[in-house]
Design a binder for this molecule. Structure first.
Ligand SMILES: [Zn+2]
Length: 458
């Protein structure tokens, strides 16, 4: 653990162990409750959600201008009646951007604590600024701890967050010791690994230097960045050791990315579906099940077809979330442009409903004239055989046309663009125009989310 305190050697824990346990006793209790709540009956999950939603709706009608009339259909003679929940209009990202003030509560019950602003970049529909409370943050933190605990994560090792981030605590000069540690705050400071933060825009070779200086380390990053690191290792032959595992989220973790990360970095990824506006929505089954368990204690998660009706297991629809503790800025039936498939109950015994598959952001799917959307299942190994280590993007520019952009580079490996065109045509399974062209470079957007496939029209 020579490097465990990298960057924070001079920061000491100001709390003695007893003070620490007292200060974080309520977090420990919440964590224990969440641990046991994984196994309760589905009826109890529904009853808990109903109680929470009613409280949120009542608060929204009374204290949030945006909802004063919008939720009229839920007013019953004896209080809130959720039987017409499916008639509540969906909230869009545009609403959240444009109606920020009307969505803000004029008053919040004391038990929700302080409020703070959470900004999310988003690739479509502008930047959102959502007001959240301490209580919301605590619930989110506890559900994250539960996931790590159940997944067997060892928090005596270090954690490296590689994302589109503001300055690291060291750079920002934070004097809060907790900014340099991760894991449960009720545990002694010395038993927890260090927390480091690096910008995802750092070149891959420098990311690997940073990672190795902090090993053993878990990586918290986007799947697309993990793939960039894996392919950097493939293309340079660099040996990397000391990565304990990856905790991913932020863009889609495809089968191909899982395979490449396992092959070149020697690690498995544990994935989470989350959004800045809502926090954690679902986490990969830590018991080895094939899907993602919804975080039912923090959200009502709905998966809706385009006509607004709920999807059944096996069906794919748009992710729609109501964060139960969003009292500072209630987001009631907030619909994302993310497609997911509903799963069957999980064989691991955890009772929360399952998302079988995260298909991806709408803008990363192909869309054809008949309205059919399609995720391209890329195979990195096959693509490497055709164009070598060159960076590429597959862009659908109209319903009938796909353009393959391949970055020019000097390489002993030839670029067989014709083979690549045939490959994409075969994947798309349609008779559409496919062209390829060499471009000087393909950059990464400032969000760090690099999409190998995207659509340039709505
Ligand atoms: Zn499971």
């Amino acid at each position: 653990m020579a490097n465990a305190k990298a960057g924070s050697d001079d920061i000491q824990d100001p709390l003695d162990p007893e003070e620490r346990q007292q200060r974080y006793a309520s977090s420990l209790n919440a964590f224990k409750t969440l641990l046991s709540f994984q196994w309760v009956s589905p009826e109890r999950i529904s009853a808990n959600q109903e109680t929470c939603v009613k409280a949120l709706v009542e608060h929204a009608i009374a204290k949030v201008p945006f909802y004063r009339e919008r939720l009229d259909m839920l007013r019953g003679p004896d209080g809130i009646d959720l039987s017409r929940w499916l008639d509540v209009p969906l909230l869009s990202r545009t609403d959240v951007v444009n109606e920020k003030h009307a969505l803000t509560a004029q008053e919040i019950p004391d038990r929700h604590g302080r409020t703070h602003v959470v900004r999310s970049s988003g690739t479509t529909g502008g930047r959102t600024e959502v007001l959240k409370t301490d209580l919301q943050g605590n619930v989110n933190a506890c559900s994250q701890l539960r996931f790590w605990h159940e997944a067997g994560i060892d928090w005596s090792q270090n954690l490296g967050i590689i994302r589109a981030v503001d300055p690291t605590p060291e750079e920002a000069g934070s004097d809060d010791p907790e900014a340099y540690r991760w894991g449960p705050q009720w545990l002694p400071w010395s038993s927890r690994g260090s927390l480091g933060i690096l910008s995802v825009l750092t070149p891959p070779d420098q990311q690997l230097d940073w990672i190795e200086a902090r090993a053993p380390i878990y990586l918290n990053t986007m799947p697309s960045n993990l793939l960039t690191l894996a392919h950097h290792v493939r293309d340079t032959g660099r040996k990397v050791s000391g990565i304990a595992g990856a905790l991913t989220g932020g863009d889609a973790l495809s089968h191909d990315i899982r395979r490449e990360v396992s092959r070149w970095l020697g690690i498995e990824a544990m994935d989470t579906l989350a959004a800045g506006e809502c926090g954690r929505v679902a986490s990969q089954c830590p018991g080895g099940g094939p899907g993602y368990h919804m975080e039912t204690e923090a959200n009502v998660v709905e998966v809706l077809k385009e006509d607004g009706t709920p999807c059944r297991p096996g069906e794919t629809g748009l992710l729609t979330v109501t964060p139960l503790f969003s009292f500072a800025m209630p987001l009631i039936r907030y619909q994302f442009q993310d497609w997911v498939t509903v799963g069957e109950p999980c064989s691991c015994g955890r009772t929360s409903p399952v998302i079988a598959d995260i298909i991806g952001r709408d803008s990363t799917l192909l869309r054809f004239r008949d309205g059919v959307r399609m995720r391209l299942e890329l195979d990195s190994e096959r693509i490497f055989q055709m164009i070598g280590p060159r960076r590429f993007q597959i862009v659908q520019t109209s319903p009938d046309r796909i353009e393959i952009r391949i970055a020019e580079m000097r390489s002993d490996h030839p670029a067989d663009t014709g083979a690549m065109e045939n490959y994409v045509k075969e994947l798309a399974g349609r008779d559409i125009e496919i062209v390829s062209r060499l471009v000087p470079a393909i950059g990464t957007p400032s969000s760090g989310k690099f999409d190998r496939v995207w659509r340039s029209f709505p």
